[in-house]
Design a protein around this ligand. Structure first.
Ligand SMILES: [Zn+2]
Length: 234
């Protein structure tokens, strides 16, 4: 079978082999056993790095048994991550964590594949401000496609437009205004550390970062999994 996909992560499997995790156009998330990848480094040099877009040939459900075996891999887009700033790498890893945490194997979504393309094939890859915008876009589109999107611009209860995020209800829907929340016993725990001015979020990198972290909290709650990149965002 042939498919194109993004490298999500790789894991050493034995003295010789590696397990690669990919998000492909036709199959969604898939794990492939890469025989002798640790022995014949030259054959795979630079190709199995995270964020790359690659074309894959593999034996799919080989004789009905797991695992699927990679036959060949070629670069379509070399993300060249060693040339990227540390913050950009952390933000890119966050995108892969979304796939890793939320996706089940072989549950394809063309939309998700396109969201990954929008993010990883963006222009000006080392521009932090632009990268932050694209992370927010990815988070909101991806969560919406999952059916768990948080309300950001409006109070999720009364739908009033809000200029700031002061309180964020990760369990029930996101941004919530004072009058909708004040009678709730948990309301104080919903207060976010640094309020986010939604009017400045388009131009201020700190506001963008705070919004990203707030959406990560929301995502952690709804996936039941931790996002490890978040600790490296400061
Ligand atoms: Zn309200």
């Amino acid at each position: 079978m042939e498919d194109e996909g993004f490298v999500i992560k790789k894991k050493e499997y034995s003295d010789y082999d590696i397990f690669g995790s990919f998000y492909t156009n036709n199959l969604g998330k898939i794990n492939l056993l890469i025989k002798n990848a640790r022995k014949s480094k030259k054959r795979f040099m630079g190709k199995l790095e995270p964020f790359n877009l690659v074309s894959l040939k593999f034996k799919y459900k080989n004789q009905g048994s797991y695992p699927n075996l990679l036959e060949s891999i070629d670069l379509i887009d070399n993300h060249n991550y060693i040339t990227l700033d540390k913050k950009i790498i952390v933000l890119s890893s966050l995108i892969n964590e979304y796939i890793d945490n939320f996706e089940t194997l072989e549950n394809a979504s063309k939309k998700n594949f396109n969201y990954l393309k929008d993010f990883f094939l963006r222009k000006d890859k080392n521009n932090l401000s632009l990268c932050l915008n694209e992370v927010i876009k990815f988070q909101l589109k991806y969560l919406k496609n999952l059916g768990v999107s948080p309300s950001v611009q409006r109070c999720f209860k009364c739908q009033k437009n809000l200029k700031e995020i002061n309180f964020f209800d990760i369990q029930n829907g996101g941004n919530i205004c004072y009058s909708c929340g004040k009678n709730n016993t948990n309301f104080n725990s919903m207060r976010i550390k640094n309020k986010i001015d939604l009017r400045s979020v388009k131009r201020d990198d700190n506001s963008k970062l705070n919004l990203i972290k707030t959406i990560i909290n929301f995502s952690e709650f709804h996936s039941g999994k931790q996002f490890n990149s978040v600790q490296y965002l400061d």
